[in-house]
Write a protein that binds this ligand. Structure first.
Ligand code: MSP
Length: 521
């Protein structure tokens, strides 16, 4: 099957442009970026989408508060998200904005299909709405605080009473339950699956899918008093970007259904309930999987604009480094759980796992090759058992990591790679190649060669996570760019003895505490 790579379509949520990007936004897209890069290296034809969610009452209100026209406002804020993607070295293939013409067309096409299929009707909505959550809530879902009604998320709610189109969600409960049953991996992790199942089993009302009290949205075809509910508009972005309805039928057929919608836990319901129901109702296949990750806190505190402890991704990368930040965010927390960002654990990981474990190992081995082997890749002799053990672990690494990344267990995949790094450090200490130069130079070459092979594997495997640092490591091995894909892992593409290597330079600097850090820690 040459020339026919398997497609892989992965998406981030599209971000509300009411605010500047923070760590939460950076995190979701990072996880997607790492997976997208991993899949490309693993031979897939990847489509990685991110973008901005620009309609709705929340964005409209933010623009009004600034006294700017919403289009101008969204142009500005959307650009911040594009800039962040470049800054964080994300490899997205497209960046969608819901204010684009292609998207308006896709939304209206989906709407018309739902109308034709008898899935949408005109009624009126009398109930609670939270602008902050852009969500409708039933009376029973609300909580009370200081005599005030709030959404279960703690967001303020307002009473809405207006004409509205409805989607017949209430009729989709059984079909959704069957769908979850037939596709046990559709929503992960398990805790989110349980939540979604109990929500659907609890019985669902029809979903209000249009608003009349403001104009900032996609007009409902045939009734321009209404704009579409922002979530119907937003979810449709995943179809728009692959050419729905008829812009690019080949692209649509190739990439739809999406392989993975990555989302935060707060928006699991929209992706795992409303979205598959809308799609099935329109006769379109639902996505294959929705993974809902957890939320970050800052030094134990909930992140919020009002407390002013929002973590700015630009600050993190300036302080700790880009790849260090990327590493930390995916290594620190079992993906799916909530996690806490603390300076202490960031520095610990950065210094012990990156600077010491991986950085020093590379630096030691490459310096010895540079100094003791005439700056040339050594020529191995026969391997002893200890060599075979570590080599086969390196050669088998992809088979261990792939299923972990495929199930979004990033921290476990990274841990597995670092187990190999740990083995390599123990192997260097045991083999003590520095002592072999005089006693057994041939054996020294073999040991250094084995270690260089391990570094080649680790370097290739960490490319998705730390693209710049991995490139530096692989450059120091003088591994040609076209030999860095996963198909080059294993014993069939070993390093070429005799290749001249440059004088190695450290890849992972240690973090040195400042006085300011001391006060905080
Ligand atoms: N616009 C909707 C998504 C529409 S997708 C069709 C939206 N946007 S958002 O900008 O509010 O949030 C985007 C993502 O950021 C969500 O997945 C959310 O979970 C994530 N995060 C926001 N704060 C976060 C943390 N503190 N920690 C981790 N992720 C967080 O929702």
């Amino acid at each position: 099957m040459t020339g026919h790579k398997q497609p892989y379509y992965i998406t981030t949520p599209i971000y509300y442009v009411n605010d500047k990007p923070h760590i939460g936004h950076a995190y979701t897209t990072l996880a997607c970026d790492v997976l997208a890069r991993f899949k490309r290296l693993d031979g897939f034809d990847v489509m990685f989408l991110t973008g901005t969610d620009e309609h709705g009452q929340k964005v409209d209100a933010s623009a009004a508060a600034k006294g700017i026209d919403p289009q101008l406002f969204t142009d500005q804020v959307s650009q911040n998200f594009r800039d962040l993607a470049v800054h964080m070295n994300y490899s997205n293939d497209d960046f969608i904005r819901t204010t684009e013409e292609r998207h308006k067309n896709a939304c209206q096409a989906l709407w018309k299909t739902l109308v034709e299929k008898g899935e949408i009707y005109l009624g009126s909505y009398d109930g609670w709405y939270s602008v902050r959550d852009e969500a409708f809530y039933g009376e029973k879902e609300l909580i009370e605080k200081d005599g005030q009604k709030l959404a279960p998320t703690g967001a303020p709610v307002e009473w809405v009473s207006e004409p509205s189109y409805f989607f017949k969600l209430s009729e989709w409960g059984d079909r959704l339950l069957k769908f979850y049953d037939d596709n046990p991996d559709f929503i992960a992790p398990q805790s989110r699956r349980n939540e979604v199942l109990s929500f659907v089993k609890g019985g669902m009302h029809d979903l209000s899918v249009s608003r009349t009290s403001f104009k900032w949205g996609v007009p409902v075809p045939g009734n321009e008093d209404h704009v579409m509910y922002v979530w119907v508009d937003a979810l449709t972005n995943y179809l728009t970007a692959v050419g729905y309805p008829d812009v690019d039928p080949d692209k649509l057929a190739k990439y739809w259904p999406a392989d993975l919608h990555m989302v935060g836990k707060d928006i699991a319901r929209f992706h795992a309930v409303y979205w598959p129901a809308l799609l099935m109702a329109a006769g379109i296949a639902p996505p294959k999987r929705v993974f809902a990750h957890g939320w970050w806190t800052n030094e134990g505190q909930k992140i919020s604009k009002s407390t002013g402890n929002v973590i700015d991704p630009y600050d993190l990368t300036a302080k700790y480094g880009l790849d260090q930040t990327r590493y930390f965010l995916l290594r620190e927390v079992p993906f799916g759980n909530d996690g806490d960002f603390s300076h202490r654990s960031m520095v610990n990981r950065m210094n012990s796992e990156l600077a010491n474990d991986l950085g020093n190992m590379c630096q030691r081995v490459l310096s010895m090759i540079h100094k003791n082997c005439n700056a040339m890749m050594p020529n191995p002799g026969a391997f002893i058992d200890a060599d075979q053990v570590i080599l086969s672990k390196a050669y088998g690494m992809l088979d261990v990591v792939r299923p972990l990344f495929d199930t979004q267990a990033f921290n476990k995949g990274i841990e597995a790679i670092w187990e190999l790094v740990g083995d390599a450090n123990r192997y260097v200490d045991e083999m003590a190649p520095w002592g072999l130069k005089k006693t057994d130079p041939a054996r020294m070459e073999t040991v250094l060669y084995v270690l260089a092979e391990v570094i080649r594997h680790v370097g290739i495997m960490v490319q998705p996570l730390m693209p710049q640092s991995a490139a530096k490591i692989l450059d120091q091995l003088v591994l040609p760019e076209n030999q860095r894909g996963f198909e080059h892992l294993g014993p069939d593409h070993t390093l070429t003895a005799g290749t001249e290597i440059p004088k190695p330079e450290g890849v992972f600097p240690r973090y040195v505490e400042t006085e300011d850090d001391g006060e905080k820690a």
